[in-house]
Design a protein around this ligand. Structure first.
Ligand code: PFF
Length: 459
């Protein structure tokens, strides 16, 4: 049997929808608002925006370029450059980097699909009225009930992995493209409805000030680290999704334009999510710094207080989260599935199912680390991992260590290992100031900057 055919996006717009779909996810709607709230509002937003521009856009361009130039999934893509340049120890490093670009998204998926499962549970719960007539303290209790229930967590995780596998198994055009064409417009409409509602009924002015009036005294090294981690996660960097989506691009599409567009859209959605959530949270006087429970604990109280219409908004909100999650999970599974089906002899659908089975098996432990396995701390003997559950360890390693490390190495790879003539041609900017600026950022600023952040987080 022949290896699978390499498909291409139907248009630059479908690529754009898919890449924005990957970037926009739980990171924007669930994580961004609470991280902003916990880290001092405007000051965090300001640093976040700076990091998106200085690190995010150059790295998006680099990853898209590696994919597009080789037309191969991450491991083969990095290898095919690696073979033509560098010493053998450098080649080993690039080989490892290729693997890391396949394994990191799988690692992220193990916990991302558990959280995606929560959103499905909440969308259903809102729909059938489980959250109606909430009494004081009940909302937090209900969230804990979900976390304490192995059956529920495993059921919803299985469903979210199942949906992801079913879409990815169908391939680029009939699976991924079709899904993003439906879900992304729906997501956009729901988000706009929620922002309009929040700005009419909620405390919009206070939210605006909270998000955009920086208190410079709050800028600390830790805040910068948090902002960088959030930006990498939100832009799907260092994790194969952008690279593999880039491999389905044709040569006529401008990489710099696409990278800027994706970064802009992802940031806009994160800010809009803030404007959907903070105005109502402020207006209802609930704690805006409630941490990860912000949307799961706080919002049901708010929706409940709104009366009948609140239930409708509740369903819409959690559907929004679920849609955003699915367009991200498919991009997390795609790198490994593309790699195995394009270079091996096994059909895509079968590869997708095998990968789903592996994810599911690891996902069980992640789900159970919220309850039965709560006291298991796998790397607890190392100070950095003290007190971290299985989920905590995987999340920390994938999102905070390897995403940053991958980003740093890939910028070195693009800036120092790939021939400048190739990057010059791929970017399509000529030998202009813009190209030189990008090249300088990728060669020096990104590796040193990310290296510094990495050093601070991990060492
Ligand atoms: N960008 C996604 C979010 O903000 O939720 C998460 C993510 C998707 C990270 C795909 C990495 C990735 F490859």
């Amino acid at each position: 049997m022949q290896a699978a055919k390499h498909e291409h996006w139907s248009s630059s717009f479908t690529f754009f929808l898919a890449a924005v779909g990957s970037a926009v996810g739980l990171g924007n709607i669930w994580r961004f608002p609470y991280v902003v709230a916990e880290n001092g509002g405007g000051a965090f937003v300001l640093i976040y925006l700076a990091i998106v521009i200085v690190f995010g856009i150059p790295l998006l361009m680099s990853e898209l370029m590696i994919g597009r130039s080789t037309q191969k999934p991450p491991l083969s893509a990095i290898q095919s450059f690696g073979q033509t340049s560098g010493t053998s120890s450098a080649q080993k490093l690039w080989h490892a980097l290729g693997w890391s670009y396949l394994l990191v998204p799988m690692g992220i998926l193990t916990f991302y699909s558990v959280v995606a499962g929560w959103t499905l549970d909440y969308a259903l719960g809102m729909g059938i009225g489980t959250f109606n007539d909430l009494k004081e303290g009940e909302s937090a209790e209900m969230f804990q009930d979900l976390l304490r229930s192995p059956v529920k967590l495993i059921f919803w995780m299985t469903l979210s992995i199942g949906i992801t596998v079913a879409i990815v198994a169908r391939g680029l055009k009939s699976g991924l493209e079709k899904t993003v064409k439906i879900l992304m417009p729906a997501l956009f409409v729901i988000l706009i409805i929620l922002v309009l509602y929040a700005s009419i009924t909620g405390d919009f002015a206070r939210s605006f000030a909270f998000m955009f009036e920086p208190d410079f005294s709050k800028i600390t090294p830790k805040l910068v680290l948090m902002a960088a981690g959030q930006a990498f996660f939100s832009l799907s960097l260092g994790s194969g999704a952008i690279m593999v989506y880039g491999s389905y691009l044709t040569r006529d599409i401008s990489i710099p334009k696409m990278a800027v567009g994706v970064a802009f859209a992802d940031t806009a959605v994160a800010l809009l999510a803030g404007f959907a959530i903070f105005p109502i949270v402020f207006a209802f006087g609930v704690d805006h710094a409630a941490g990860p429970g912000l949307v799961f604990v706080t919002l049901p109280i708010v929706f409940n207080d709104m009366g009948g219409i609140g239930q409708v908004f509740g369903v819409l909100f959690f559907l929004l989260l679920a849609f955003a999650a699915i367009t991200s999970t498919i991009s997390l599974l795609e790198p490994m599935v593309a790699q195995l089906s394009e270079s091996g002899r096994i059909k895509r659908a079968r590869v997708a199912i095998y990968c789903g089975a592996v994810l599911w098996s690891v996902g069980i432990f992640v789900a159970l680390s919220n309850n039965i396995l709560r006291d298991v701390h796998p790397l607890g003997f190392l100070p950095l991992f003290e007190g971290k559950t299985i989920e905590g360890v995987i999340e920390f390693l994938a999102a905070n260590v390897f995403m940053l490390l991958n980003g740093m190495l890939v910028s070195i790879f693009v800036g120092w290992s790939i021939k400048r003539t190739i990057t010059l041609e791929e970017m399509g900017l000529g030998d202009s100031i813009l190209f030189k600026l990008w090249f300088m950022l990728v060669r020096f600023v990104v590796p040193l900057g990310v290296g510094f952040i990495f050093y601070d987080v991990v060492l």
